[in-house]
Design a protein around this ligand. Structure first.
Ligand SMILES: [Zn+2]
Ligand SMILES: [Zn+2]
Length: 136
């Protein structure tokens, strides 16, 4: 149950297994990582928490409370919960136009936080480079 406490204590309620381990070690430094992974698995099986696969990083766990979707930043891997009704319109359109029923309980949308910096492309020169200089 300490694992659940770790989930509740985390802001936004979305944590990776590593973050749960970190949280628990603050309370009990001898905590075994494998115990955490086993507990997380059991909680997923019991339906108490949901595992969200993130392309760009470790899986994220959250408490199965109100259904909601997730947006995942491809740069920093941050997972944010967004309201479940966000995709109602999209789901309706898919059903009407494509006879496709979207699973609206588990949608993870890729993108990036507006504050995440552009990734540096190539080696960064320290002021002597001319990559940014224009010819005219
Ligand atoms: Zn980001
Ligand atoms: Zn969530």
């Amino acid at each position: 149950m300490a694992v659940v406490e770790a989930l509740v204590a985390s802001p936004g309620h979305h944590v990776t297994a590593g973050e749960v381990v970190e949280h628990l070690r603050r309370v009990d430094p001898g905590f075994h990582e494998s115990t955490v992974y086993r507990s997380l698995e059991r909680l997923v099986e019991a339906g108490l928490i949901t595992r969200i696969e993130v392309d760009s990083g470790p899986a994220v766990y959250h408490l199965t409370t109100a259904p909601h979707h997730h947006v995942v930043c491809e740069r920093c891997g941050r997972v944010t919960g967004v309201p479940a009704d966000l995709l109602d319109g999209v789901a309706k359109k898919l059903l009407g136009a494509h006879s496709f029923e979207l699973r609206t309980d588990a949608v993870t949308l890729p993108g990036r936080c507006i504050r995440c910096p552009e990734p540096a492309s190539g080696p960064v020169s320290m002021g002597t480079g001319s990559a940014l200089a224009h010819d005219h």
